[in-house]
Design a binder for this molecule. Structure first.
Ligand code: ZN
Length: 242
């Protein structure tokens, strides 16, 4: 500040007393506390995100292929509350999720165990009886491979009963809620392998939440007692679920 004042020919130049030049003791310590960093990492690894079920569509009767009427999603067709293991790219599990998806092409067994621990803490009740996942065009084997290992670790059957029925554009490119939901109209169908007991529905990443919502409604319409969504990462901590 004094330098600037001088350069601008200020007649009344004083030291501020607040900066490092005026007082070297104000320097931040350069010591790095590994213990503290470890604790921060452990804290993040247990910071599970709640996935709250959506209760209404962006617009009334907006679907052409699906027989979803009206504006509200009736309670008997809604998903139950779910969990996301991390925030996309965070220093807990988030970086491992990004690496699995884009570098290794496989989600590690550490992530399987982390999800088992998360489910133990979460205690969905009644407990799911089978596990399924959202299919993806871009990385067709990625989520099914993970889901199979998770189901195995939980001692539950993996039932791949969700099929891509109509090709849809990537959800990422959709501008708003209306387009995100509309884009999924007719996108998936439930096959005969379907079971009626409570199910755990896996996806790698939750963004707007419409994919999990549409598939949950389809499963519940087919007769599934409860659908618990589980994602490896959530894109934003402030995803709004109305
Ligand atoms: Zn100063």
């Amino acid at each position: 500040m004094a330098f600037l004042q001088e350069a601008l020919d200020d007649s009344d130049v004083e030291n501020c007393g607040k900066c490092r030049n005026c007082n070297p003791e104000l320097l931040l310590s350069e010591e790095f506390d590994f213990d503290l960093a470890n604790k921060a990492g452990q804290y993040l690894r247990r910071s599970y995100q709640k996935i709250r079920p959506k209760k209404q569509w962006p617009k009334t009767s907006m679907f052409r292929y699906y027989p979803f009427e009206g504006y509200r999603i009736p309670p008997e067709l809604q998903a139950s509350e779910g969990r996301a293991l991390s925030l996309w790219g965070d220093a807990g599990w988030g970086q491992m999720v990004v690496e699995g998806k884009y570098v290794l092409g496989r989600f590690s067994n550490d992530l399987v165990h982390a999800c088992v621990e998360m489910i133990k803490a979460w205690k969905p009740d009644p407990f799911p009886r089978w596990v399924t996942c959202i299919p993806s065009d871009n990385h067709p084997g990625l989520v099914p491979d993970f889901t199979e290992r998770l189901a195995d670790a939980l001692g539950l059957p993996y039932v791949p009963c969700i099929q891509v029925y109509r090709k849809h554009r990537p959800q990422k490119g959709m501008e708003n809620s209306y387009h995100q939901a509309k884009n999924l109209d007719g996108a998936f169908q439930i096959t005969d392998e379907f079971r009626s007991g409570e199910c755990l529905l896996i996806d790698d990443m939750i963004d707007s939440g419409w994919t999990l919502t549409v598939v949950s409604v389809l499963l519940r319409k087919a007769g599934c007692k409860a659908v618990y969504p589980l994602a490896l990462a959530q894109n934003s901590p402030s995803v709004s679920f109305l």
